[in-house]
Design a protein around this ligand. Structure first.
Ligand code: HEC
Length: 160
């Protein structure tokens, strides 16, 4: 029986020790993470992730760091409409120069004549909505209607 007693005494000492160890670890962990959880004002965060350098032109006063949103806005809005030829070369050429997927080729007057005869509205509607293997907007998703028409006009003028 005295063996049982010493077993329980030892057992409770060990459990007590573990419990105290646990509390110490919890306190330690909360101290280590308190800095991360601390709220930082937005200016501090933006300042921390700002690019290291700014371009400065001699004679100009120090430029204000660009607001993050302004950069994104510049990227999405083209300064002026692209020409029909530019759009054709970057977006439509892959199909309309090779005739891939049965696309009427640039310069193929016979293939274009009946389509052109159907009128501008028909050409535009088919280009915007797509037609069979012709994808909507010819895959030029950021093309305005004017730019799309400029590209079609370029094709039509070069396919007579
Ligand atoms: C993935 C290939 C592909 C790309 C890219 C593509 N086209 Fe087409 N296009 C076609 C095919 C195929 C047709 C013929 C569809 C049919 O008549 O079945 C077609 C037909 C057309 C037509 C004739 C529509 C009509 O009324 O008959 C126009 C206009 C046109 N494309 C303009 C464009 C323009 C502009 C672009 C670029 C912005 C472009 N396409 C990019 C495949 C393509």
């Amino acid at each position: 029986m005295s063996d049982d007693k010493s077993f329980y005494t030892t057992f409770f000492y060990i459990m007590g020790g573990l419990a105290i160890g646990c509390v110490i670890l919890i306190i330690l962990a909360s101290n280590l993470t308190s800095e991360v959880a601390e709220y930082k004002p937005e200016e501090v965060v933006v300042g921390n992730i700002r690019p290291v350098g700014n371009v400065r032109v001699a004679g100009e006063s120090e430029p204000e760091p660009a607001a993050p949103m302004a950069v994104a806005a510049v990227d999405t809005a083209p300064a002026e409409p692209r020409s029909g030829e530019m759009i054709y070369n970057s977006k439509c050429m892959s199909c309309h120069t090779t005739g891939a997927a049965g696309a009427p080729k640039l310069g193929d007057a016979a293939a274009w004549a009946p389509r052109v005869a159907a009128g501008k509205d028909s050409l535009m509607a088919n280009a915007i909505n797509g037609l069979n293997a012709m994808p909507p907007k010819g895959l030029c998703m950021d093309c305005s209607d004017d730019e799309l028409w400029a590209a079609i006009d370029y094709i039509v003028l070069n396919s007579q």
